[in-house]
Design a protein around this ligand. Structure first.
Ligand code: CGF
Length: 829
């Protein structure tokens, strides 16, 4: 609807082709056009990176077309939208994913090869966008892909960090962190929106004033910065729908500069500029929660305030009555990091839109839904009242008022049960008074969910028991999922082609339940042949990468045994290393004959440790020290190798996962809320050796107990085992391998002492000793299965065939139907 500029619009349309063409000539022309005029290099001399830039610009042009059409369609249809607020999005590389979702990869590959370039070589030029730590962050990215593919009207909001997650550099086996200058060569996949900016206020005071005789609160800020939007078009697969991921960057508010300039204090102005920009400068590199860091709180409020202002602007563009707000807006809180949005929406409705408390509260309770990714109370964010009161004085007032009303209501429902009232209060009294962001989120959200069935059970029976007993209807579970577009089609094209061949269709890429069709061929010899070939091709690629990264040549006949995820005590990478030491020790004490029966292994471990997490950093060093010993022991040869893959990120995962035979998920049961890495391995025909934790339990139900190597104490047994403490019997094999570390078999015995102290006796909180024998039995079962190629391949095919449930398409469909109440809004073009 071009309205008054109809004439002009028609002329413009006349001037431009309706859509960009994708025939080889048009593509080659476009690429060379961008070489010459966008990258500004002569078409006769440009290198791979410049070719990548020109290619990326050509792809982006076609992305933007669909993005515009989608936004125009949404504007016209004005559907209810979901706003997905997350402080982290782990996008990785974009080029390959985008051309595949647009369905033009082959066309571009052909056009490039005619220009003498290889698409994959150019795709390698792209750096990862690492705007997140781990599972939670990558889940956000997978969910954006599914929201777009399923045609849901959605917007993602986050922060555009200048520095992503640190680069992990290993020096002498020790992790060193290097800043991730990911924007050094600019980011081709986001568009700076200089006209979409919002002021964000901090500090200051709140005064009572009278407006048209009405008493109202006025917040006079002490500091102001500008939030500028950077839009990342997210294309769906097999649809024209392309939604928006809007990331905010902090810039100084010109209001601020002028003041310093007027006072002629130039230096002050520049310092203020840097201060402002520092808000969105760096991603906090810890997968655990943060307490009491002002910059972290500033980051949370900064992106929340800009996002809420943007949501209100979009709503008010076409709506006058706020009663319609819940019919058009669903706000999803990805953990408690964005939970200040509750107080911010309340502030805007009360102080700026002047709604009554009652009407404002009614809207709040209809628009917010909250997902927690945490299992333990320690992981729940708490903000010191002083810090919040100083930075956001009006929001603290509102949170106090919300809490006062809640506690008054609660007293009516549960009487004067002070212990329970104290536990449920948003305000935690004590030496340091804190705001419990999880309690605020549960109280103000109409739906609360965990990220697996077991996790939700733990929320109902432990973490949020008090709230569940009060509001059982609020609690749901939405088991996580991953997108098969990235984790099969992009990262494993040979498996993608094989699946499409045997299913006789590519429809599974949009409708993954079709994968179940592979079950019919689980014992088909021809498929077995081709299935093994695909794995071999991917193992060769992984082996080449290992040789480049570590200089180590590994045998392709060995089982590639992988554990890649953030380094955490509860994820028990240490159990894996102790198992490897045990295997090494056993082989060393074997005679020639017995060694013939040994199943060769290449053990691959990868993952970043939070910079301040000493124990996790010691685990990385131990891994290198053990590898040093084993890999240089000619007596062992190819029977056992240990490799640490440095700087594990999305692109490295896309290379490691397709090449894995076995993947390990060893968390002490009840500690991993879900886990999503396991889902990617399963989809790629990799077998799982795991504890019955998080979403693994649901995977076993989908693919069958016989197709997974389960071990260890169950979640309900862990508590009892911990109670046993010193009476808990520890197997000799366990004490022996710990002794080997203590005795310096791998050197650095003093440095590793605290690591050993943490897993012996009563301090073995994560039960490595208690689970050790069960773990070794599962490893032996995996060895036994691996040598029976037919059985192994059948298990691998049945694993992939049963992985459909773990697509983020299923997850998003459940959220859309049971939480957000939104409907698909497909772009008709
Ligand atoms: N934050 N957080 N939590 C996690 C992961 N560490 O990012 O969220 C992930 C995504 O929900 C979960 O899979 C994982 O179990 C959980 O620990």
């Amino acid at each position: 609807d071009f309205g008054e500029r109809k004439g002009q619009a028609e002329r413009m349309l006349g001037l431009m082709d309706v859509f960009l063409k994708n025939d080889p000539i048009s593509l080659q022309k476009d690429i060379l056009h961008h070489v010459e005029y966008t990258v500004a290099r002569s078409r006769f001399s440009f290198d791979d990176f410049e070719a990548y830039q020109a290619l990326a610009h050509s792809v982006r042009d076609r992305l933007i077309e669909r993005w515009h059409d989608t936004l125009i369609h949404f504007k016209k249809e004005d559907p209810k939208r979901v706003y997905f607020l997350s402080l982290e999005f782990l996008m990785g590389r974009s080029l390959s994913n985008i051309v595949i979702n647009l369905g033009i990869r082959d066309q571009f590959a052909d056009a490039l090869s005619q220009l003498g370039f290889d698409f994959e070589v150019l795709a390698e030029q792209e750096g990862d966008a690492c705007l997140g730590n781990g599972g939670l962050a990558r889940l956000s990215a997978c969910q954006m892909d599914s929201l777009a593919t399923l045609d849901y009207p959605a917007v993602g909001y986050g922060l555009r960090y200048q520095y992503g997650l640190f680069r992990q550099v290993i020096v002498d086996g020790f992790q060193h962190e290097q800043p991730d200058y990911w924007l050094n060569f600019g980011n081709l996949w986001d568009i700076e929106r200089i006209h979409i900016t919002y002021p964000v206020k901090f500090y200051g005071t709140v005064t009572d004033e009278f407006l048209n005789g009405e008493k109202c609160k006025v917040w006079v800020p002490g500091e102001m910065v500008e939030a500028v939007a950077y839009d990342n078009p997210i294309p769906g697969y097999g649809t024209r729908n392309t939604i928006n991921l809007r990331l905010w960057a902090a810039k100084p508010s010109d209001q601020h500069d002028m003041e310093s300039f007027n006072t002629g204090d130039y230096v002050d102005a520049v310092v203020n500029r840097q201060r402002a920009e520092s808000i969105s400068s760096i991603l906090y590199p810890d997968d655990r929660s943060y307490q009491g860091k002002e910059l972290r709180l500033k980051q949370q409020y900064f992106f929340v305030s800009a996002s809420v202002q943007d949501i209100f602007r979009r709503f008010k563009d076409t709506h006058k009555k706020f009663d319609e707000f819940p019919e058009k807006v669903a706000l999803q809180l990805n953990d408690t990091h964005p939970s200040l949005a509750i107080a911010e929406v309340m502030r805007v409705l009360l102080d700026e839109e002047h709604l009554s408390w009652h009407r404002a509260w009614d809207i709040i309770c209809k628009i917010f839904s909250f997902t927690t990714h945490t299992v333990s109370p320690e992981g729940l964010e708490k903000i010191p009242v002083d810090l919040l009161g100083n930075l956001l004085p009006r929001h603290l007032q509102i949170i106090y008022d919300i809490n006062f009303n809640f506690v008054e209501e609660l007293k009516k429902m549960i009487g004067l049960d002070y212990d329970r009232l104290t536990r449920m209060s948003i305000v935690e009294e004590g030496a340091v008074k804190n705001i419990r962001m999880a309690n605020l989120s549960v109280i103000c959200s109409h739906t609360v969910n965990g990220v697996s069935r077991l996790h939700s059970e733990l929320l109902r029976t432990k973490l949020f028991k008090d709230f569940y007993d009060l509001w059982p209807h609020k609690f749901q579970y939405k088991t996580n999922g991953v997108t098969q577009r990235r984790w099969i089609v992009v990262s494993n094209p040979s498996l993608c082609a094989l699946i499409s061949k045997w299913l006789g269709t590519e429809a599974w890429i949009r409708d993954i339940d079709l994968l179940i069709g592979l079950r019919d061929y689980a014992t088909n010899a021809e498929l077995h042949q081709e299935w093994k070939m695909v794995k071999k091709v991917n193992k060769i690629r992984l082996a080449e990468y290992i040789e480049v990264m570590s200089g180590l040549k590994v045998s392709l006949d060995a089982m590639f045994d992988v554990q890649t995820k953030r380094i955490h005590e509860y994820k028990r990478q240490l159990l894996n290393i102790l198992g490897i030491i045990h295997r090494y020790d056993c082989i060393k004490n074997m005679d020639k004959n017995d060694r013939k029966k040994v199943v060769p292994r290449v053990c691959i471990i990868g993952g970043k440790a939070a910079p301040g997490y000493e124990i996790a950093k010691k685990v990385i060093k131990l891994c290198h020290a053990v590898a040093e010993k084993i890999n240089n022991d000619n007596d062992i040869g190819d029977l056992l190798k240990l490799v640490f893959i440095p700087d594990y990120n999305v692109s490295v995962a896309e290379m490691v996962i397709p090449g894995a035979d076995l993947s390990q998920h060893l968390s002490t049961a009840g500690h991993e809320a879900s886990g999503t890495g396991s889902m990617k391995f399963l989809m790629n025909g990799c077998l799982l050796l795991a504890t019955a934790d998080g979403s693994t339990i649901e995977m076993v139900e989908e693919i069958g107990q016989d197709n997974v190597f389960l071990f260890g104490a169950k979640a309900h047994e862990v508590v009892a085992l911990r109670k046993k403490g010193p009476t808990l019997k520890v197997p000799l094999q366990f004490s022996r391998v710990v002794r080997m570390i203590r005795d310096g078999h791998f050197g650095f015995e003093d440095y590793f002492k605290s690591l050993c102290d943490k897993i012996e006796g009563t301090s073995d909180y994560f039960l490595l000793g208690a689970d050790f024998m069960s773990y070794l039995e599962a490893q032996a079962a995996a060895d036994k299965a691996f040598v029976d190629e037919e059985r192994w391949t059948k298990m691998s095919i049945l694993g992939a065939a049963g992985s459909g449930r773990f697509s983020s398409d299923r997850t998003i469909q459940e959220y859309a139907e049971n939480t957000w109440d939104i409907q698909p809004c497909r772009c008709p073009f």
